[in-house]
Design a protein around this ligand. Structure first.
Ligand SMILES: Cc1ncc(COP(=O)(O)O)c(C=O)c1O
Length: 356
């Protein structure tokens, strides 16, 4: 196994799994299509779905910090949690493979979809290819109790076990997105952007909390950051995001969260429940795919991008404003939603012929 541990954000140890900044890409064709609807803002994609391991995605930035701590403690086995189609689980499996760690995934039935493609295709299939041990729980089984007995068993076999909480969303994991805030600011400055909004999906809140912490550390207003809640209601997502942003800033030891601060959270795209497809998600996935050749995922970034499109269509941003959408990955789960996505795609096409 070969890896290098470097001094990462705020001097915390980090395993390099990305190798440099991810691209900030202008969505020119999409802009052209939206101009036909009277929308003139600049639209940029921060491509955190493009990373050189496991298919990429936001969890890699968090795992850079978690894994450095785990290796530093001499652990040889990792246990983490998620739903069957968890991207965090898949990326923990991939990163464990790279780092030579034994990986155990405790997977729950969080979403009431029983199709074969949901239960077996996409992420759970990739987990097996990456060599992880998957423990699929029954609907009412407690992940916490199962993990406790699993850890006892592994430790009984002489293994040194480290646990990564759901989504890697601790202050340590969120450091990855505080670091990303600096990366985005640098890229936006270099491109001369007038950034009025950064949109992203919010599940377990670590990504948005980290971005907020970084933005505050940069002495910029975190009010431009909008998280589209895909897992819980606005109220509980706001609380979780604020608490985690505060603990991330505390860890960094820099600026503090403003005394009165409400993170920007919008739950209008949640739909019936976490992981249940919505019509606006299907439209958003199709629009970006057909204009830019870029894939969103049905659970997180598809719903968040639908939210950004709704804001653009409501006239929230004008000519001269730039918005950045954080592409957080998750594309393998598209294979678990073939039925939901199929019907809605037939017949659409967009004219994007033009010269830059
Ligand atoms: C593809 C994708 N996007 C966004 C998120 C949300 O990130 P967070 O849990 O940090 O809010 C996740 C979390 O699982 C994800 O897998």
């Amino acid at each position: 196994m070969k890896y290098s541990i470097q001094s990462g954000f705020a001097g915390f140890p980090s395993v390099d799994l990305i190798g440099g900044p991810t691209p900030l890409q202008r969505a020119v064709n999409l802009e052209m299509v939206l101009r036909g609807e009277g929308i003139n803002a600049g639209i940029y994609l921060k491509r955190d779905d493009l990373m050189p391991i496991g298919g990429g995605g936001n969890k890699i930035r968090k795992l850079q910090y978690h894994m450095a701590a785990i290796l530093g403690n001499g652990a040889d086995t990792v246990v983490t949690f998620g739903g069957i189609q968890s991207n965090h689980a898949r990326l923990t499996a991939a990163v464990s493979a790279r780092l030579g760690l034994e990986c155990h995934l405790v997977l729950s039935q969080q979403v009431d979809i029983r199709t074969d493609e949901y239960q077996a295709n996409g992420n759970p299939w990739l987990n097996r290819i990456f060599g992880a041990n998957s423990h699929l729980l029954d609907r009412d089984e407690s992940a916490e109790l199962f993990a406790k007995s699993l850890i006892d068993r592994l430790e009984g076999q002489g293994k040194k076990v480290a646990v990564i909480p759901t989504g890697g969303s601790t202050a340590l994991g969120a450091l990855g997105y505080a670091e990303c805030a600096f990366e985005i600011a640098q890229q936006a400055d270099a491109a001369g952007l007038n950034v009025r909004n950064i949109s992203l999906a919010n599940g377990s809140s670590g990504t948005q909390a980290g971005l907020i912490a970084g933005w505050i550390d940069l002495e910029k207003s975190p009010d431009i950051i909008t998280g589209y809640a895909v897992m819980a209601s606005r109220g509980s997502t706001i609380d979780a995001t604020r608490d985690l942003a505060a603990s991330t800033l505390k860890l960094i030891g820099g600026n503090r969260l403003p005394d009165v601060f409400t993170p920007g959270v919008d739950d209008s795209q949640l739909g019936a429940a976490y992981g249940q497809p919505t019509q606006s998600m299907v439209e958003a996935v199709g629009l970006l795919a057909k204009t830019e050749g870029v894939l969103l995922d049905p659970v997180y970034s598809g719903k968040a991008f639908a939210g950004l499109l709704a804001q653009l269509r409501a006239g929230a941003y004008a000519s001269g404003d730039d918005v950045i959408f954080l592409m957080t990955g998750g594309v393998p789960s598209i294979y678990a939603y073939q039925g939901a996505l199929d019907d809605s795609f037939s017949g659409h096409s967009y004219s994007t012929v033009g010269i830059l």
